[in-house]
Design a protein around this ligand. Sequence first.
Ligand code: G3I
Ligand code: 9MR
Ligand code: ZN
Length: 549
Amino acid sequence: MQKIFVNQVGFMPKEAKKAVLNFDAPEFKLVDEAGATVFEGKTSHFGTDDISGEDTFVADFSDFKGTDSEGKLKVVAGGATSAGFEITESVYDKLMHDICKCFYYLRCGDALDKKYAGEYYHEACHLSKATVYGEEVEPVDVSGGWHDAGDYGRYSTAGAVALAHLLYGVRFFDNLLDVKFEIPEEKCEKGVLPNILAEAKVELDFLMKMQRENGSVWHKVTTFSHAPFIMPEEDKSELFLFSVSSLATADIAAVFALAYTIYRKYDTAYANLLMERSIKAYAWLEANPEAKLFKNAEGSNTGEYPENEDNSNRFWAAAALFEATGEKKYYDEALKQKPLIEAYDKSDAFKEYTGNIFTCLGWGDVAGLGSMSLILKDDGSELCAFAKDAFLSEADRLCQNAKTNGFGLCMLKENFIWGSNMELLKYMMVLTVANTLKPEERFVNAITAGLDYLLGCNSVDVSYVTGNGEKAYKNPHLRPTAVDDIEEPWPGLVSGGPNTGLQDEQAQTLPKDTAPMKCYLDHVDCYSLNEITIYWNSPLVFVMAGLLK
Ligand code: G3I
Ligand code: 9MR
Ligand code: ZN
């Protein structure tokens, strides 16, 4: 079928702008809502790539900066018409609002108030104390934080990484502090916390509860098995704290140190508490040099977030503590982890990430987050220079990738795994950081092309952010939205996206030879293609903050 794929939200006037056609048409035009032609251009033939399965033609209208008339524009070529979109300075305001607000909707423990949640309000959930699995000790109150995803688990490493994307966002781009998204007010020493910091504090407070007296951190708190599709307040099964891991302990040491550098401007006592907890976690790591990895308890099927080693986590913790305290001890500790990470990168065990391991910003490999602390430190030291180089050389690789398909997408076919939209968003974060180090048009264009892809310029012709775009997906694998009897899911949720692994039953109805970019279904049962999580939203917040700066 002849189709024109385009970013269904739209473009800022200064941005590169394009649509992608899957059929041959030499010319295209832009029409406004009244049907008037406002721009005409010629397409260029890209050809067939190995990710989209389409023979693509690109309609570039970067030269068009918008019209005075309000309303949506469309691309018309041959007999086909694209979805509508806008070209205005404020085109991404709603998107930014919605992607930040999602963290509020995912709050656990708290009831969602009608005043802030509207029709998506619900009662307080998961308030019972959690049993410490396999130990004869008193149950522990670990209420609060955010639900991880479509399930109701709360996982320390995932939470720390989502927080990190938001908090590094604040460090790199302070415009994030101005985003307003209607949540209950949080008072602090200096008055009231900016919304993004008030929301992040919800997860920080929860992670503090996940830390044991001895400084170590429980890997996760979940029911023994995934809950059925019920509202969160109906999920009354026993909560378990599964064992501590050095992964969670290091990630928490890192994110608390990072948070300290931000919250100290608002609330001294809170910031000092974060630093105290960070140092305590790090001291536990020092006393426990052997990696303590994580495996699910026999028979338990909730998220595992497994990792093969903890060097990247220890590197991140040391780098973040060095950045926050300036203490040479932590610099030396980070330096000590570097060769271990390099050795792991070269070993057979490492297959997780295509790209420079020192730029990886995921839930498992977190060395890139350590690099970001070093980039912020920028003290001319060997490690800081190394981190900058890593980001710049990775950004260069990504720009090369972007030349291999008509969408200008910096992804290769092997990147279409579970949560491929996060693979893309991690890359967009790297490009965003690279662009602050050394502004280059090709970096910005690769970021813009990634955003276009997420918002509809892809061969599925779907926007992967709920409520944003005429053809936005509507059926996330997300328990509350699946059972709340409300037609539309709440807006601003980033879908996991195409996954050639097709790791759920419904996904397996797709033909085996489906092109990577098309391995997607907007189906509620597709947890391997269409779930949401906090750490798929958070990198988009970082990227949008950079783009809107
Ligand atoms: O490392 C391999 C790589 O070698 C291989 O080439 C590639 C393609 O198959 O897969 C890579 O591993 C993937 C791994 O993530 C690392 O990215 C696995 O296939 C993939 O199954 C695994 O997916 C994770 C999934 O849990 C299952 O474990 C997702 O990243 C992770 O986001 C997701 O997280 C879940 C939580 O467990 C529970 N809560 C919801 C959340 C989102 O779905
Ligand atoms: O809903 C669960 C989702 O959040 C997880 O990402 C996914 C993988 O752990 O598992 C989902 O739960 C499924 C379970 O694993 C198997 N039975 C069907 C469940 C979803 O309906
Ligand atoms: Zn809950």
